[in-house]
Design a protein around this ligand. Structure first.
Ligand SMILES: [Zn+2]
Length: 231
């Protein structure tokens, strides 16, 4: 809960990179943003982070801090203070979806000894194999790879990871390269060897906000006040 309080703090402000994402989205240049962050700042920048929605802009690879997930049926329940307090004090909070199924069966006179899951924060850890949205995420990655993207921008992460994120990296890099597009890497730390040239076309070892400010100074159409005025 402490992590959530920190991550949701009003002190956390959108960076120039978040605003740049918003500009890309508003000008129709953003196919998708995949984030490893849990702070929800992309959504605060006006991007749609609802993975089930047709117009989803942001895929939060590690879940979010705005909902609880049922340990049994994976149903998502909005975060609220009452449940947060109960969980923080060690209580087991039953899943409202499971409970309502039991009650419905009871009304119909059926058996009621069915399992009721408990709520947990909707966070997916690095090696968590229990990600109920893994199929949805894989479907979106495949759809994006098939959509002939022309740029893959890797910002603020070295992607030195395995598991589903490794698949994401490989599929999108191949899709962009197959399409004759460019893979651009912006991060303070250098990329891992497998993710270096010639796999990546341009490497900028620098702070991503600095890179965004420099880019938008050179390319006025990518500035915030120009978004949505055509490309
Ligand atoms: Zn449930």
């Amino acid at each position: 809960m402490e992590i959530r309080n920190k991550a949701k703090s009003e002190d956390l402000v959108q960076t120039d990179t978040h605003r740049f994402l918003q500009v890309l989205q508003r000008s129709g240049k953003l196919r998708r943003c995949y984030t490893q962050n849990l702070d929800g700042l992309e959504a605060r920048a006006g991007l749609n982070a609802d993975i089930e929605s047709k117009d989803c802009d942001v895929v939060q690879l590690h879940g979010d801090l705005d909902s609880f997930r049922c340990s049994y049926c994976s149903h998502l329940t909005s975060w609220d203070g009452v449940r947060e307090t109960a969980l923080a004090s060690g209580e087991v909070v039953p899943c409202p979806e499971c409970v309502s199924k039991v009650e419905e069966r009871r009304r119909k006179g059926g058996r009621t000894n069915i399992h009721v899951g408990h709520l947990r924060p909707n966070i997916v850890l690095y090696h968590d194999i229990d990600d109920p949205l893994s199929e949805t995420k894989a479907r979106i990655i495949d759809k994006d790879a098939e959509s002939a993207p022309d740029v893959l921008l890797v910002v603020g992460t070295s992607l030195a990871i395995d598991g589903p994120r490794y698949e994401l990296k490989n599929k999108l890099i191949h899709a962009v390269r197959r399409n004759g597009g460019k893979v651009i890497y912006v991060n303070k730390n250098p990329p891992p060897r497998a993710f270096s040239k010639p796999v990546v076309d341009h490497i900028f070892e620098m702070d991503c906000d600095y890179w965004v400010r420099d880019l938008t100074a050179r390319e006025p159409s990518l500035r915030e006040d120009k978004a949505g005025q055509g490309s």
